[in-house]
Design a protein. Sequence first.
Length: 325
Amino acid sequence: MSYSRSKLRSHDLAGQRILITGGAGFLGSHLCERLLNEGHEVICVDNFFTGSKANIEHLVGNRRFELIRHDITFPLFLEVDQIYNLACPASPVHYQHDPVQTMKTAVHGSINMLGLAKRTDARIFQASTSEVYGDPEISPQPESYLGRVNTIGPRSCYDEGKRCAETLFFDYHRQHNVAIRVARIFNCYGPRMHPHDGRVVSNFIVQALQGQDITIYGDGSQTRSFCYVDDMIEAFLRLMNQDETTGPVNLGNPGEFTIKQLAEMVLRMTGSKSKLVMHPLPQDDPKQRKPDITLAKKVLQWEPKVPLEDGLKHVIDYFRYIIAK
């Protein structure tokens, strides 16, 4: 499909000064690259807890790119036109490593970035998550679904942190008229994923390439919907630069695959002889993930274009390169 630009502000608003928190992370680095390619000034802020300088080192020589090492749980004073708030550990391995800091990043970080947006009259984008729906009772999940969540489990630092961040965004919007855009991201994948972040795509590919057993939690019947990074970044820009909705808007690929199907696809595409090994399902791990993207189709004129197998080819090539280094 081709994307229509009707009802959308142009992505190419010349002279925009754009702050990206978590800009050295997986999604953040792709967003930095895209915005620079469209002629904007980009300020990348990251504390490098999960982000990597390797993700953005090819951008450092660009005169419109600025890198700041900073933890957004502390205030930041800049002059900007737009803010993309992507900073927060997003995989169980990382956010459970320091759950208190994860919650601080989601909550204190949002307060600081919303304060900056209020002061500078900047539009601000929040990278929320499908995890706000918890372990859902309905599928696909529409934005109107309020979720089935556990407020005290091992995943709650992330899930509840993101739910609280959404609350803060809408309260700043109602109370202070801050221009917000809120995206709920469903299982994005692509090059620059951390090889040891514990997410299923990176786990399976790295294990397959290294000849290790493929670790499946549960019986493999739980489902996920995988959206390639290029499609996701396009959706970010479309949501940020339209005036019809604040969100939240589900962003993801409604194509649904079982975890076992994904593992078998990775084995076939890598030519690996790895074996599938089942382990107990972690507490509160969602059994089903599938976005209802009706709103994104209507308001953003967007839906994913990259089939899972095509996207996996790029990620497999990326991890082959990383592992060979």
